[in-house]
Design a protein around this ligand. Structure first.
Ligand code: ADE
Ligand code: ZN
Length: 321
């Protein structure tokens, strides 16, 4: 099996509908019935409705041990598909919305990483994220928590949420605070925003990677620039197809961006919401674009080289590929 590495996956977004229902039942948490369709899968209609569905599902996670379980369960599934490294986005704002402290949410995820490493050998790290549509003040608050509670598994800072809200420069205080402490950052840009959203991110935020960045394809000069500055793109074709950005993986610009010299990596984003997995992403991408095993290994190598973890771990992972 091809060894895989994943840089862009939202932790709450990895929880399967079954796991969410089990946690809700255990916690006596009432889930909004509109969370699920009649077949038991997540129900949402467009990107903005997906964000709401995500919040509803995430509300079932109620304790440090729930965070451990969600993390462990995802790393187990990823490992079964040949994944050796996952950098997952944590969201202290989601934890706080159900009364979980920053520390408990973080330690629960770290417990899950430790348990999965012990049982399956997979390695994990955490990128703490803020939620763009909650605004710059919430983002700064999350950034401050990252600094106040350092943890060896927290290797970066990022931002997800609705790209149409606010401007990247509004989040410069949060991103700069973290970056000045030495942690690298990434931002969702060029998913639902166009090339201008990517340019604004590069202009105002100290990012070392781009979350998606896929809509750079609409601007040839921007693609050339991204290739020149070698900023890795966290591409998630299945996610983009599922949310309606492209009609099919064959219409996804993954291959065009790769051929243009961009550093491409491959991730699943929110796998059960998008009916995908890291294994499926690798299989589909290889099949649709005719990539060889060596091509796919090079994508894994790109991800490991672009990872925010320590160099000694990267060397160990690269040997496994
Ligand atoms: N939060 C969870 N998944 C996301 C996505 N694909 N884009 C933006 N924010 C998200
Ligand atoms: Zn994402």
């Amino acid at each position: 099996m091809i060894r895989k590495a994943e840089l862009h996956v939202h932790l709450e977004g990895t929880a399967t509908p079954l796991l969410v229902r089990q946690m809700a039942e255990k916690n006596g948490a009432e889930l909004d019935p509109t969370t699920f369709a009649s077949d038991g899968e997540y129900r949402w209609s467009d990107f903005w409705d997906f964000l709401k569905c995500y919040d509803k599902a995430a509300s079932a996670i109620r304790s440090r041990s729930d965070y451990q379980l969600v993390t462990y369960d995802y790393l187990r599934r990823a490992s079964e598909e040949g994944c050796i490294y996952v950098e997952t986005f944590s969201s202290p704002d989601h934890a706080a919305s159900v009364g979980i402290s920053y520390e408990d949410h973080l330690l629960g995820i770290a417990d899950g990483i430790d348990q999965a490493r012990d049982e399956f050998g997979i390695e994990g790290r955490i990128i703490v994220t803020c939620v763009r549509h909650l605004g710059p003040e919430s983002a700064l608050n999350v950034a401050q928590q990252v600094l106040d509670t350092p943890h060896p598994y927290v290797v970066g800072f990022g931002m997800g949420g609705d790209e149409a809200q606010f401007h990247p420069k509004d989040f410069a205080p949060a991103f700069n605070l973290v970056a000045e402490s030495g942690l690298p950052t990434t931002n969702h840009a060029g998913e639902f925003g166009g090339p201008d959203s990517i340019r604004a991110t590069l202009d105002y935020l100290p990012v070392s990677r781009l979350g998606h960045g896929v809509r750079s394809i609409e601007d040839n000069d921007l693609v050339a620039h991204l290739a020149k500055i070698k900023i890795p793109l966290e591409l998630c074709p299945g996610s983009n197809v599922s949310t309606g950005l492209y009609a099919s993986v064959s219409e996804h610009p993954f291959n065009q961006l790769k051929n243009a010299g961009c550093i491409v990596t491959l991730s699943s984003d929110d796998p059960p919401f998008f009916h995908t997995s890291i294994g499926k992403e690798y299989d589909q991408t290889a099949a649709v674009f005719g990539y060889t095993d060596e091509d796919m290994k090079n994508i894994t190598r790109n991800s490991i080289q672009a990872a925010f973890c320590e160099d000694s771990l990267k060397e160990k992972l690269l040997k496994l590929v």
